[in-house]
Design a protein around this ligand. Structure first.
Ligand SMILES: C[S@@+](CC[C@H](N)C(=O)[O-])C[C@H]1O[C@@H](n2cnc3c(N)ncnc32)[C@H](O)[C@@H]1O
Length: 286
């Protein structure tokens, strides 16, 4: 029988082509062993059971076949919150934390209405609910799988004030009578073009949902619909905060410019220094 330490060595060696073999091995072992990190470090010399070893071998094989690590562990940290993730729903990316950060900066912390359009696993909605406990948050998506996961994450994090609704773009807001009621509409919509999709990693293309990333031929199709459709639902002076592709700044600026009811658009860089989010305020007097 192998010890835990021997499995760590085996995992590190098998995963040596991945950027963080030690960390990935540890996370896969934690998944199979149901131990806390402290218990894990204290148990390195203990023998592992056959079923634990089988579980580890199975996860390592799937990882070597390219399955993203968070789909194997079932967890992805976002805004320091361990969120549940599962195949069929996009894995949250660190750059999306920018949307959360900017919304918090612009919020007055009161009983504001915030919409998270295309919520996925609920990462933006749950983070905002933790940070802005007085807000009423509406999280929407077209995907039933995504909404189930968002509901699970909201429950596991015990956040209140999050309502999860299914529907495309603004149709749920119409049903909820949110015309001119929203202080913020926040969205990380699909914004990848079909040509860009072909250049994404195999790991993403083979395992993550294409419809969460690809907007259409140009990549701007959904962003355009969100910018054009948001105004009727924002209060005068309400904000649209939207994530976009690294090369979409000029196009996004033009889409906002085509409508005279937006104040000046601000762009924000992600940690890699590229324009990643845009925020625009609807005119108070239009
Ligand atoms: C890029 S993912 C973002 C997921 C999550 N908010 C995040 O930041 O990781 C886009 C999400 O929008 C959803 N979506 C795509 N088209 C939509 C539409 N027309 N209306 C509402 N949601 C849509 C997808 O199902 C997906 O969950």
């Amino acid at each position: 029988m192998n010890t835990l330490q021997e499995l760590i060595q085996k995992g590190k060696s098998l995963l040596k082509e991945f950027p963080h073999p030690h960390l990935e091995t540890k996370l896969l072992l934690l998944k199979c062993f149901d131990l806390s990190e402290e218990e894990f470090f204290a148990s390195k010399d203990k023998s592992v059971s056959r079923s634990q070893e089988r579980c580890f071998n199975r996860l390592i094989s799937r990882r070597l076949a390219g399955v993203p690590l968070p789909y194997l562990t079932g967890i992805k940290e976002f805004w320091s919150i361990p969120l549940r993730v599962s195949p069929g729903v996009l894995i949250p990316r660190p750059e999306t934390e920018l949307l959360v950060e900017k919304t918090i900066e612009l919020s007055k912390g009161g009983e504001e209405i915030i919409v998270d359009l295309g919520t996925g696993c609920g990462n933006i909605a749950v983070s905002l609910a933790q940070e802005l406990p007085k807000a009423r948050i509406f999280a929407t998506d077209t995907s039933r799988k995504a909404l189930r996961l968002a509901r699970l994450n909201a429950n596991l994090q015990a956040v209140s004030g999050v309502t999860i609704v299914r529907g495309s773009l603004f149709s749920p807001l119409e049903r909820l009578h949110l015309r001119k009621e929203c202080d913020f509409i926040v969205s990380n919509p699909p914004y990848v073009s079909q040509a860009e999709w072909e250049k994404l990693s195999r790991e993403t293309r083979d395992h993550e949902p294409r419809g969460s990333l690809v907007a259409g031929e140009t990549g701007l199709e959904v962003i355009e619909q969100v910018i054009q459709g948001a105004l009727p639902y924002l209060k005068p002076g309400g904000y649209l905060i939207i994530e976009m592709g690294y090369n979409q700044r000029d196009a996004v600026q033009s889409i906002f410019d085509a409508c005279s009811s937006w104040e000046k658009v601000k762009f924000f860089n992600d940690l890699a220094g590229v324009d990643r989010a845009a925020a625009a305020r609807s005119l108070v007097f239009s």
